[in-house]
Ligand binder design. Structure first.
Ligand code: AVJ
Length: 323
């Protein structure tokens, strides 16, 4: 239409509910118990994550913003991109920093926000189309583990995957993700990747076990999601938040620890799930990286690291890689 907005839908609301059912059955009935971090982000969970990004202990968001403020124009120039594809979110201040830099470089013609939440994505698409009237906004409602093949082609594309979200993939999943992403790129297309870096364990621990308890609420919120979506009867307060750094895997692991022996009824699945005292339900891993490892993983996917930028404290990195 006149607004220059197009929306492709590959995931519908019912799909998410079905996926949650299948995954919850698998993840809660197995041992150890585990859920995908994607279920943390209902409306309340997204709000809580937003609150996390402003906590004094949670440095990644501020550090990545610092890097983007310093480097957005380099990103625009070195990538030469006319299309920005953003995996996840798509309304943030970071998006605007990149779009502004590309516009400044005189190349910006298209923005492709890619997210699993349709309502959110539509609102983002229309508001960005108003803010950048000269460009096409082509939103894609999809799951970046399944629909990367549907990213629109043409032009010179820069895919931004920010925030350290790649850290949510375990190594095998991450390799697959990078390979699929790279397979859809043409020579000259680029990837701008945000990664949190390995640092002393006290600071890592503090970032995921904040003193105000916001991360604990964010973690327990997944139990409310299960209560609502699966007709479950979890008592969130019967679980303790604990997010230790696993040195061997170089990841933070978010856990919900059962405070006592308890049974939970999942009415939609007609299943009872038992927890012994101290039993762990893992809700997220958040991998931390070093440059050499990021470079090697990109290379295995057929991507060449061309720039490695960190904030002045060396806490977080942005990589620019080219196909
Ligand atoms: C959105 C995946 C980047 O791993 O730091 C924040 C999520 N979990 N606090 C992260 C999160 C607990 C966050 N990512």
């Amino acid at each position: 239409g006149a607004t220059g907005v197009k929306v492709d839908v590959y995931v519908r609301p019912g799909d998410a509910k079905r996926a949650l059912r299948t995954e919850a059955l698998q993840g809660l009935c197995g041992s150890p118990k585990e859920l995908s971090p994607k279920w943390l982000y209902d409306e309340r969970g997204s709000q809580l994550f937003d609150d996390i990004t402003r906590l004094p202990e949670y440095y990644p968001t501020r550090r990545e913003r610092e890097i983007l403020l310093a480097r957005a124009s380099d990103v625009a120039r070195l990538s030469g991109a006319d299309t920005l594809i953003e995996l996840g979110s798509g309304t943030s201040e970071k998006t605007r920093l990149l779009l502004d830099a590309m516009e400044e470089a005189g190349k910006l013609s298209r923005f492709v926000p890619f997210d699993v939440s349709e309502g959110f994505l539509r609102r983002a698409a229309y508001s960005l189309a108003r803010e950048y009237p000269g460009i096409t906004v082509h939103a894609v409602v999809g799951d970046f583990e399944r629909h990367l093949g549907q990213l629109p082609g043409g032009g010179r594309r820069l895919v931004a995957f920010l925030g350290g979200t790649i850290g949510n993939f375990k190594p095998a999943q991450r390799a697959l993700f990078l390979k699929e992403l790279s397979a859809g790129l043409q020579p000259g297309d680029g990837l701008l990747l945000g990664t949190d870096l390995i640092k002393d364990r006290e600071r890592l621990y503090a970032a995921y076990n904040d003193s105000a308890g916001v991360t604990a609420e964010f973690n327990r919120n997944v139990l409310r999601v299960l209560n609502r979506e699966l007709g479950a009867d979890f008592e969130p307060d019967a679980f303790e938040h604990f997010a230790p750094f696993d040195e061997a895997n170089a990841w933070i692991e978010m856990r919900l620890v059962s405070r006592r022996p308890q049974s939970v009824w999942l009415s939609t699945l007609r299943r009872r799930v038992d927890f012994v005292e101290g039993e762990v339900l893992r809700t997220e891993v958040s991998c931390k990286f070093r440059q050499q490892q990021v470079e090697a993983e990109l290379a295995s996917a057929g991507l060449t690291l061309t720039e490695w930028w960190t904030d002045t404290a060396g806490d977080f990195a942005l990589s620019l890689a080219l196909k």
